[in-house]
Write a protein that binds this ligand. Sequence first.
Ligand SMILES: O=C(O)CCC(=O)C(=O)O
Ligand SMILES: [Fe+2]
Length: 314
Amino acid sequence: MNKVPSADIAEWCGEQKAVPIPRVSIHDDVARLLDGPVVFTDALAGWPAAQKWSIDYFVEQFGDHFGLIPASFLDGSWGKATSLRDFAENLDQGAAHTPGFWVDRDGLPLADDPSDGISTWSFYWRAFRDYPQLRDDIGAYPSALSNLAQNLPGDVAAAFEKITKRDFFAIYMSRQGTVTPLHRDFHGTTGSLAQFEGNKWVTLIAHDADDTNAIGGFDPERPDFDAFPQLRGRAVYQGRLSPGDLVIIPSKWWHHVRSEDHTLTLSHNFFTPANLGEFLRGMLQDLATRDTQALEKLLHQQIVQNAPSILEDS
Ligand SMILES: O=C(O)CCC(=O)C(=O)O
Ligand SMILES: [Fe+2]
């Protein structure tokens, strides 16, 4: 049967003993703790969202919102186009039963159900693009975090999001049993997950400068340290995220998340004085890639447009 570890008792992760993620108050002297992960237990108390947000509330407010629901966090190669209401009302049944139609990564309809019986999935919702008023429901992040991203002017944040193709804020609605596999967040940003409904079991693994994305193949629920010897001796933290909790995922730390219930979470990535440089470097690299493509297209057009005169001249 499912064992349900309590919030302050972590499990063994294979041969490695996991450390319970420290549960702290915004009133504690947390600066010394912030080298590693923490869960703030009272950070959301004053937020309007803490009183308002639930899956039912979003269905009431935005039920007709139509979205593409990726069936896999990392691959995103297919999903279902459905409404927020249909998604939420069919959480017990799963993707195969939810009204809507299957689409590939470009949003083109698929003739057959590609889900292969997979019924755990998340509605990753870039809600703040469509409904910026939701930002008013989010309060301040703990000052100890030195979050430089939270109060960026809207147009600056929008420009950054456009360039990186990532959002600083997003909402996850997830079916019970959904797993977000091990990964690290973009451009060295600090991650945070604010929990509004249901419980999540979070595993965090310290990063190393030599890490490559291959580490993402490690499954903390079936740990194989022989296949990933570089993870031997690495700090592993675990804890349960319950409504009202805010977990901080330090820059570049690997994380794996299991929804123990149907869940509602606000994800917020940000930069601080410590990782602003890395974020900007990552963003400039994105911009360079984008520019190169634009330049290529422009040159291509120029060449094609001028082709007749070149041909005439010859
Ligand atoms: O809550 C989850 O399932 C994982 C979210 C996450 O890791 C992220 O937003 O980067
Ligand atoms: Fe993440």
